[in-house]
Structures are given as structure tokens and as C-alpha cells.
Ligand binder design. Structure first.
Ligand SMILES: Cc1cc2nc3c(=O)[nH]c(=O)nc-3n(C[C@H](O)[C@H](O)[C@H](O)COP(=O)(O)O)c2cc1C
Length: 193
């Protein structure tokens, strides 16, 4: 991780931006919100799409005005989701704290690869203050759809795979949310200390 000096943290409020499909990143965003003075949590869609009328301008406010941001993401295709990747790509010279969840165990090889990919994106032009990745519940409606696909066909979910999806339920749990909040505090202490 890059070195950060206290001078780079110019404001005492930190925007929190979440990208989610099933809500786990919102839980992580709320955990982050419990750990620091913040604005948001904002939906990444709101930040990425300045749009018209009442939705206008927030994008510039968030992307330009604050030196430190917390982004919470979901894992898609072995990396951060597309909205988070786009958001990170638009950021330059920011301090980033990332909190994410994925369907597989956070101590597995897949998670290790996800961590590496996301961190390499975050470090391109920004400083990564902290990154916490935990397991997140997989949407069982989607699992059932994949389970119903004929055996041998692409995307079929077998019973072993389905058991793994069942294991993911309940995550992030209270311990993981507390650890996420703690990761935010430790990341910010690196700046303030
Ligand atoms: C379309 C889709 C793709 C996914 N791809 C992966 C993946 O590549 N690796 C993984 O571990 N989990 C994957 N997952 C599981 C999610 O990352 C996981 O359930 C996460 O906690 C969802 O977070 P959210 O509730 O904030 O959307 C995928 C889920 C969906 C819906």
C-alpha cells in the first residue's frame, strides 16, 4: 500500500459509495458509516450518473471535493463489479478504503485472486488505505435457476456447488461487519496517526 501523510486528509467527512445487487454491500457501507464521520452512503449509480434535474452535480461533488473515499462492492467475474471498476477508474490521487464481499470463503484461493485484482485496480493512480473482503450471501433464487439447468450444460449448478451457496447464507455476519468497521478505523488511523 502507498504511504499517506496526514496532510492528504483535508476534510473530516468521508463519502461512502456502495455498489450492490442483493444488499450485502449496503451492510458493509453501514458498517463503514458506524466507524467514521461520513456523507452517504451513496448508491454508486447516483455517483456515476450525474443525470438531469435533482440528480445533477453529486458526481462532481463526490469525485472532486473529497480526498478520501470508502467504496463497498460486490464480486463479479472474479473482480469488483463493473460500477465499482468504473468509479475507481474515474478517481485520481484519492485515498481509497475498499470493503467487498464475494460468494466463496474469504480465505480461499479465489478470494486471494479477487483481492489482488481489486487492489491492482485501486492502486492505479490512487492510494489504497485499506481493503476488507468477506463472504457475502449468494442470492438463492439465482442458485435455483442455475440448479435447474440441465446437467452437463454450461452454468449448471451441481449439488456440491449448491451446498457452497447455502453456506454463504447469513454473510456478512455480525463478526464480519464488526471487522469491516474495524478495517475502516485502522485504515484511517494510518492517515491520522
Ligand atoms: C452475477 C453475479 C456474479 C457473481 N460472481 C461472483 C464471482 O465471480 N465470485 C464470487 O466469489 N462471487 C460471485 N458472486 C457472488 C456475489 O459477489 C456475492 O453474493 C456478494 O456478496 C453480493 O453482494 P451484494 O449483495 O452487495 O450484491 C456473483 C453474484 C452474482 C449475482
Amino acid at each position: 500500500m502507498n504511504d499517506i501523510t496526514a496532510a492528504t486528509l483535508k476534510t473530516d467527512k468521508i463519502p461512502i459509495v456502495f455498489s450492490t445487487v442483493t444488499g450485502n454491500a449496503v451492510k458493509l457501507a453501514n458498517a463503514a458509516a458506524s466507524a467514521c464521520p461520513h456523507i452517504g452512503p451513496y448508491n454508486a449509480y447516483y455517483v456515476l450518473n450525474p443525470g438531469e434535474g435533482s440528480l445533477r452535480c453529486i458526481s462532481d461533488d463526490i469525485l472532486n471535493a473529497y480526498p478520501t473515499l470508502i467504496l463497498t462492492y460486490w464480486c463479479d467475474l472474479g473482480s469488483a463489479d463493473a460500477a465499482t471498476v468504473e468509479l475507481i477508474g474515474r478517481l485520481k490521487n484519492k485515498n481509497l478504503i475498499l470493503l467487498g464481499s464475494l460468494g466463496t470463503p474469504a480465505d480461499g484461493k479465489h478470494a486471494e485472486k479477487v483481492r489482488e485484482r481489486v487492489e491492482s485496480l485501486a492502486k492505479k493512480g490512487n492510494a489504497l488505505l485499506g481493503h476488507y473482503l468477506c463472504r457475502g450471501s449468494i442470492d438463492l433464487a439465482r442458485s435455483e435457476r442455475k440448479r435447474a439447468i440441465a446437467e452437463g450444460a454450461p452454468l449448471h449448478l451441481d449439488e456440491k456447488g449448491f451446498a457452497r451457496h447455502l453456506e454463504s447464507q447469513g454473510h456478512p455476519d455480525d463478526g464480519e461487519l464488526a471487522a469491516a468497521a474495524d478495517a475502516v478505523k485502522r485504515a484511517l488511523a494510518r492517515v491520522k496517526g
